[in-house]
Design a protein around this ligand. Structure first.
Ligand code: SF4
Ligand code: SF4
Length: 245
C-alpha cells in the first residue's frame, strides 16, 4: 500500500507546510457540496472547455486542468489551484454548454470558491475585499450597487472606460423610464420587513458565517446594522398594534 505522508511541502521553502489532513478536509467539503456530483460526471481531458473559455485566453488558467485535478482527486493540486487560479473564472458557463461529458467546470469552480471562503483562505479574503462595500450596501439598504458607487475611484480595476458612465450620472439616470430609478443613492427602496426577512435567510443559509470567516470587522459592523433594523422593525410592529387598540 502506498504510504501517505502526514505533511506536504517543499523542504527549502518558507511557505507553511500543508497538513495532509487539511487537504483532505478541503476536498471533503468540495465533494460534499450538493451540486458536486451534478457538475462532475467524468473527464476525457479533451480540452474543449479550455478552448472555449474566455478566461483561459487571458490568464494562467484552464478549466480542463481544474476538472482533471478534481476527477483524479489530486488534493495538493486542488489546494494549490484554490490559492489563485479559481478566481480567474468569469462564471460565463460556456464550458458547461460545450463539455461532452455534461460537466460544468464553471460550477465546479464556484464550489471551490465557496469552500475557499469556508476555510478562510487568504486568496478568498484578497479577492473579496473590494466587495465589502457592496455587502455593506446590501445589508444596510437592501440594494446592491447604488449608482453613485460606480466611479473610477471605487473600481480602479475597471480601467479607463469607467469614466464614461461616471460623467453626468444624475442626468443619465433621469433617462431611465422607471421613476424610482432616478435616484443616485439607492437603486430602489426596500422596506423594513423585506430587509428583516433577508437577514433571516442570510443567517439560515450560512452567508453571515462565511462573512465572519472572511472579514471579522465587516461582520461586526453588519451585525450592528441588522440589530438596529430589527429593533426598528419591532418598534414599527408595536406602533401598529397600538394603532389597532
Ligand atoms: S471537463 Fe469536459 S470539456 Fe473539459 S476536458 Fe473534461 S471532458 Fe473535456
Ligand atoms: S465559466 Fe469559467 S471556466 Fe467556464 S468558460 Fe466561463 S470563464 Fe471559463
Amino acid at each position: 500500500m502506498a504510504q501517505v505522508s502526514a505533511a506536504i511541502g517543499d523542504p527549502i521553502s518558507d511557505a507553511p507546510i500543508l497538513e495532509q489532513a487539511k487537504l483532505e478536509a478541503v476536498f471533503a467539503d468540495i465533494q460534499a457540496h450538493p451540486l458536486y456530483d451534478h457538475e462532475l460526471n467524468g473527464c476525457l481531458n479533451c480540452g474543449i472547455c479550455t478552448a472555449t473559455c474566455p478566461s483561459a485566453h487571458y490568464y494562467d488558467y484552464s478549466p480542463r486542468e481544474i476538472v482533471q485535478l478534481l476527477w483524479t482527486e489530486n488534493l495538493e493540486g486542488i489546494y494549490d489551484a484554490m490559492q489563485e487560479k479559481i478566481w480567474a473564472c468569469a462564471q460565463c458557463y460556456t464550458c458547461a454548454a460545450r463539455c461532452p461529458f455534461g460537466n460544468s467546470p464553471g460550477g465546479l469552480v464556484m464550489i471551490m470558491r465557496e469552500t475557499a471562503i469556508k476555510h478562510g483562505m487568504e486568496s478568498a479574503k484578497e479577492v473579496l475585499r473590494p466587495f465589502s462595500r457592496v455587502m455593506l450596501k446590501i445589508i444596510s439598504t437592501g440594494n446592491q450597487l447604488a449608482p453613485n458607487m460606480i466611479t473610477a475611484d471605487h473600481f480602479p480595476d475597471w480601467g479607463p472606460n469607467v469614466s464614461k458612465v461616471e460623467a453626468p450620472l444624475a442626468v443619465l439616470r433621469k433617462a431611465i423610464p422607471v421613476p424610482t430609478l432616478h435616484t443616485l443613492d439607492t437603486a430602489w427602496e426596500v422596506n423594513l420587513k423585506t430587509s428583516i426577512e433577508l437577514y433571516t435567510i442570510w443567517e439560515a443559509t450560512g452567508v453571515l458565517d462565511a462573512l465572519e470567516t472572511i472579514d471579522q470587522n465587516l461582520f461586526d459592523v453588519i451585525t450592528d446594522i441588522m440589530e438596529e433594523k430589527r429593533e426598528d422593525y419591532d418598534d414599527w410592529l408595536e406602533e401598529q398594534e397600538d394603532d389597532d387598540d
